[in-house]
Design a protein around this ligand. Structure first.
Ligand code: ADP
Ligand code: MG
Length: 231
């Protein structure tokens, strides 16, 4: 795919192994992996203009290859409701990042559509030295971090394989709907797993990929954070 190859080639030419979030998301879009709408802003004026175009509430995040775990650096501000809050968030994000890593090179900020609270799932890929690219699926937060409730497959995967990855996690009943929690769009997750399989198969330069989290509700799945690391 043209845009994907261009982004990867350019990063490698610049000696950069970490793709910026807007780059990773542009690649996702080329592979039909749905992402929350976003715009990359170079300054506060652009950020304000973009927020107005996307419509409040928005999310603001730092874009820097030196800040990989953004919330750890205080570099993600969610639920920004108006221009005043955006100006304030913009200032705070820069202050927090400076405090976290004084030498971090900052490229700009990402203004993003605020996706309503829903179920968080994670899709990941790492390249196994023996088996090649693998795919991982799990539920976000404590399910992955503490309970290690994840499934793995070696790519490429079929749609049946993808569905199996989803149904095989212990927390699957939560996705199917539980008491007053409605079921989530399993189909949308299966699509994302299939498309991610294609993405990592097509691009052997990708060493690691993380869609973390993808927010899923009854009808849709939207990736709100994407990270790609190159070989
Ligand atoms: P990082 O993983 O680098 O710390 P994220 O981009 O994943 O940063 O943002 C941290 C958290 O903020 C996410 O796990 C998610 O819960 C929330 N978040 C991020 N972007 C959005 C968004 N567009 N809409 C809703 N929630 C979001
Ligand atoms: Mg994240």
């Amino acid at each position: 795919m043209k845009e994907t190859l261009r982004i990867i080639t350019q990063a490698l030419q610049n000696g950069r192994k970490v793709l910026l979030e807007p780059e990773a998301k542009t690649i996702c879009m080329e592979y039909n992996i749905p992402v929350a709408r976003f715009k990359f802003a170079k300054n506060l004026e652009d950020a304000v203009e973009f927020a107005e175009a996307l419509g409040y509430p928005v999310v603001l995040k730092i874009v820097s290859a030196d800040i990989i775990h953004k919330s750890e650096a205080g570099a993600v501000m969610v639920n920004i409701k108006n221009k005043n809050e955006l100006q304030d968030a913009y200032k705070r994000v820069f202050e927090n990042v400076k405090r976290y890593n004084a030498t971090a090179k900052i490229d700009g900020v990402l203004v993003q559509e605020m996706v309503p609270q829903s179920t968080e799932v994670i899709v990941g890929s790492v390249r196994d030295p023996q088996f090649g690219p693998t795919l991982m699926f799990g539920l976000g937060g404590i399910f992955v971090e503490i309970l290690k409730d994840v499934t793995f497959k070696i790519v490429p995967i079929s749609r049946e394989d993808a569905l199996e990855m989803v149904t095989a996690i212990k927390a699957y009943p939560l996705l199917k709907g539980y008491r007053n929690t409605p079921p989530v769009a399993i189909d949308a997750i299966v699509d994302i797993l299939s498309n991610t399989s294609r993405l990592v198969m097509d691009n052997p330069q990708i060493k690691e990929l993380d869609l973390n989290p993808i927010l899923v509700d009854e009808n849709n799945a939207k990736t709100v954070d994407a990270r790609i690391i190159l070989e």
